[in-house]
Design a protein around this ligand. Sequence first.
Ligand code: ME8
Length: 631
Amino acid sequence: MSKFYITTPIYYVNGEPHAGHAYTNIVSDVLARYRRLKGDKVYFLTGVDEHGSNVHKAAENAGLAPQEYCDKMAPTFTKLWERLNISNDIFLRTTSDMHKRGALKFLTALYNSGDVYKGPYEGYYCRPCERFFPEKELTDEKICTIHKLPLEWLEEENYFFKLSKYQDRLLAHIHENPQFIHPESRRNELLSVLNSGLEDISISRASVSWGISLPFDPEHIVYVWIEALMNYMTALGYETDSEQYQTFWPADVHMMAKDITRFHALIWPAMLMAVNLPLPKQIVAHGWLTKDGEALSKTRGIFIDMDTDIETYGLDAFRYYLMREFSFGNDGDYRPARLHARYNADLANDLGNLLNRVLGLVNKNFEGIPAPTTPGEFDDEIEAMAQTTIDQLDAHIQAFAFDAALETIWEFVRRINRYVQQTEVWTLAKPETIPRMGTILYNSLEALRIISVLISPFIPDTAEKIQKQIGLTEFDTALEWGHLPADLAVSRGEPIFPRVDIKKQKQQQPKAEAKPQQKKEQKTTNLVSFADFQKLDLRVARILAAEPIEGADRLLKMQVDLGTEKRQVVAGIAEHYTAEALVGKQIIIVANLEPATIRNVESQGMILAGSGDSVVLATLEEEMPLGTQVR
Ligand code: ME8
């Protein structure tokens, strides 16, 4: 069994946590849960950073003493982690005794290393960042590039850490350990910082009163960032050299957003080098979660209303959306309309309906789960695909490619939907074919059981609901085909992803692109002649490729094959289908509609779909050759 120690940043308590913090903790939770699933011994740390002038100021603004203020704020974080089903093993507060004692031990060791000296310091300081801006980062306006607030001029006597001394060792470490900083873009950025030269950094503040005094000079308070980094060790019981500390240090993953990689990948390792302790194995940075292209910010008041979305769609849909839609490492804009689309397409349609359909057929035709007695077409392929899905998922998670990981699982979900379709299992309830029907249903349920295990790190509640409905009383994590016992009494419960109240959802959506006026009542008095109807050229076509249109949440651009020619069409179905789910589908197209330009994209035809509260594409009952006329 290997160990896995994963940490999130400890967040400042100068404001309540927001969706950006939620993203970091959900990503870390997925990794922690995945490693537990694989049998690793996991320790998962999150916490709060309670010292420094930043927090002190917030306490003053709130009219509270700093400790009182921190005691009030810390629960806003723990409550959110509970609400988001975060499986952290510890919640560290930097005002705790355990942390303070550990920090003093570390600071003493740092001082004893001989790499700490006293000197004057002056420069421009950003209070929300809690850092001085080096000369080369200063703009003419002397404004913080992150918080867009004016920098303050500070002059004081400080203690310094000889960071510059570690430049070569840091460079060598990063070169020798290519995985040390992830992703590549951040690694390159930090290499260029290193190559341009490191300056020594101040590690104390004489002007700050809220924090931990230096053990070697109580007049000075340790700089909040230096103190905060030590939390990764103090949380394990470093001060007593505990068994926990012996087992889990060094950390396997320090997870964070790209704003604070310098502290973690340069300063923290240099501090550890100075005191001769092992370095964390990997510094992993994700991008910004943005709203309308802007970074969320407590200081600037830019928020995402995650409460409403979780209330509307459920926690698992929110977790799924964040992990599926954002490409880890890059910035991603949060859009409720995309969450809606993912909910309908991936969760309710692909997964929810599959479970419901298979359980419905089992209930109707069998007493409990049928035994797989009668192998047939596609069975081997399904079983093999279960294994490739497991393997590919592992590779994607190792690479922090959570979107690809989920897409891999969903390819399998969609394959099982096709399996049910191709075998026309619902037609097999006759005496001579019922054993085959039972086998197909068994295989579908076994696939769903394996899917439930694979999705459990991402959407743990849903995974449990699926297994309960299949009839398992304890969560079965086995990733071997055939583990599902026959004869289990299935219980087809409530749909796992029920229909969402669309009106409620609509209220939150940004104004959609202008839609042609829809007539409320379609009276049949509006008759057309048969000759008029015959003017329409309706054809069977297949979707070859689909992609979203930049800046239009509801639209998808598709390439379709009509047998004799290929066309591009635009359709307003992005809230109901994802691009991936559409590829390969047979649809019906109005082939002789005048071309139209929608959002600067030419559309050469129209796709037919049922359109009410939800939108469902029209298809033929069975596949037919492309280009077949529909009358
Ligand atoms: O920096 N998108 O605390 P902090 C994604 N106390 N992630 C975001 C985000 C966004 N828009 N906004 C914040 C500190 N985050 C220090 C850390 S650690 C030893 C000390 C997340 O409250 C992301 O993880 O400013 C980012 O790195 C962190 O919050 C910064 O949190």
